[in-house]
Write a protein that binds this ligand. Sequence first.
Ligand code: GCW
Length: 700
Amino acid sequence: MKKYLFSLFFISFCFCSYAESGYDLWLRYKFIENPVIKQRYLSELKHLVVLNNSATLKAAYQELNIGIHGMLGLNLKRESSVTKGGSLVIGTESAMDVGTEGYKITSIQIHNKNCIRISGNTDVGVLYGVYHFLRLMQTQQDIRNLKLREQPKIKLRVLNHWDNLNGTIERGYAGYTIWDWQRLPGYLDQRYTDYARANASIGINGTVLNNVNASAKSLTREYLIKAAALADVFRPYGIKVYLTARFSAPIEIGGLKTADPLDAAVIKWWRDKADEIYQYIPDFGGFLVKANSEGQPGPQDYKRTHADGANLLADALAPHGGVVMWRAFVYENIKGEDRSKQAYTEFKKLDGMFKKNVLLQPKNGPIDFQPREPFHPLFGAMPKTQLMMEFQITQEYLGFATHLVYLAPLFKETLTSDTYAAGKGTTVAKIVEGTQEQHQLSGIAGVANIGSDLNWTGHPFAQANWYAFGRLAWNSDQSSASIAIDWLKMTFTLDRSFIAPTLQYMLNSRQNTVKYMMPLGLNHIMNLGTHYGPGPWDKIPGWNAHDYHQADAIGIGVDRTSMGSNAVSQYFPSVAQRFNDLKTCPSDFLLWFHHVPWNYKMPSGRILWEELVHEYYSGVDSVQKMQRTWDQLSGKIDQERFGQIKQLLAEQEREAAWWRDGSVLYFQSFSKGAIPSGLKPPSKTLKHYQSIPFPDRTEE
Ligand code: GCW
């Protein structure tokens, strides 16, 4: 009996995975069981030589130690020169052709000994190389005959935290902020280091600590000292700290009567403030600013332009090497004005008027992080301005931290869009990388999905979006699939029978979500208060979802063609023509650009109404399919995360059906069409779906 119990324990210990919290993200460094691979690695990794001394190389060395100990059960002593074969050598070299953050990983002979060398021009380049090398091991690649060279394509790769000083996070779905403002600067939580490790492992080199709906308080001495403590933790990992700047700060914390950007006292106040910040944070990155947008103060309050406002801050930061990231997310909520056109109208005319250390930051699309948007027309339209990209990693409009939606395909869809600004092939990526116009600066920002939840992002799969953002910010040529495979292997298991079906679902998940939420180019039809659940019928003061879909007895969609709001004219002619013509407009953007009759014949042969309904139904079907697939994966990963995801998929399925049934019934009240045969009509009335409250959905 005892023996039986023992072997039962042994079997379950070895073959069933153990509980994992998800805290370790993709840096789990699991022990390598495969004896062949392990032996190979052991023969290549007998010694660790660290050539230089610096805080960054110490971090690199520590990471190698954690990784190699985890994967091979080995403690490598740090040596300072190569004396034996089988050495892993890390350190800087001069004049390498990899820029300031790039690296090479090379199998090489040093003093006639076989070595692997990880080198770069800078310590941080070496650190990035170390993470790459560890990734090779985590994904069990061959580490013989290495000849890798990497260099990021975009200079500033930044997370934007919409974290408030009171601990809440705007549009955060994974708990509260991880910045413990109360206990900073005295108490440095281990999370800060682990956050830095995770970011450095994917090449993120900047973090904006606080919300763009900013509090001036974050610029007071009290908070600057706290931010400086975080900057000290992040520095060895190559991560700079940035802060949002509230435009009216000179009034609110400076005691001035105005924040007019041309006022001498205001100019001096920002100069002094910048000088002060750099005393605490010598490598401070700069400011991110939301101005004259959704009620935030800005230069237009003084009849000045956005360029006047941005340049004021840019001048203050310039002596210290800081930059201004000025957001282009502006719109007036005026009925009758096409919101999608407003940022372009506002900013296009300012091209060439921003200082050298300003980057203008539009969102990926012209409205607001919707499940699908065409690329923002400003990309390509401001050649004399350094345009940086703002993506949203947190899933404000994509099911919060409940729905499994892998965002790499969304990011890539925008980055590979062709603007035709300088002829065919002028992709958004080229513009963001700054190569098109030889800009000095380039940048990409992701609104973070990180919070105090044990697994950082709420949904275990939401970690993949943080991961993919970093990898694509480094090099957007990488495929969504290759990034997902790396992530799955490092985060869960190398078992192919787990990876293949999960990967497939990840790759389809964004399109599926679009289908059950806002198919065929629909947008902004979520509940207007919470941004969760369907609300094409929703009306709140100042907002009416109907403006965004304009369903009537004839058809649905917003006419943005030359016959309508003419938003198409903001794109370069080849793009504009394609969007303008109902026949050439991609079906993904159909109702974004066109008001289409319900009986319009779609390429599938169905009429629009039936196509719309089919989209809604097939989106839900795919969630159900994923549920069934997931159930079959039981035992392939730890029970804890398996169980969490199973529950979340059940929620997602319920909510996808809520989206489908509510939306279909509502649009049916205009189209008067029947639910196509073969599809089961919704079981409840429209009224029922309209009255499901959030977050309490007990009635359902
Ligand atoms: O999508 C909207 C959000 C706001 C956000 C705003 C913005 C920070 O609903 O919460 O405010 O965009 O991007 O500024």
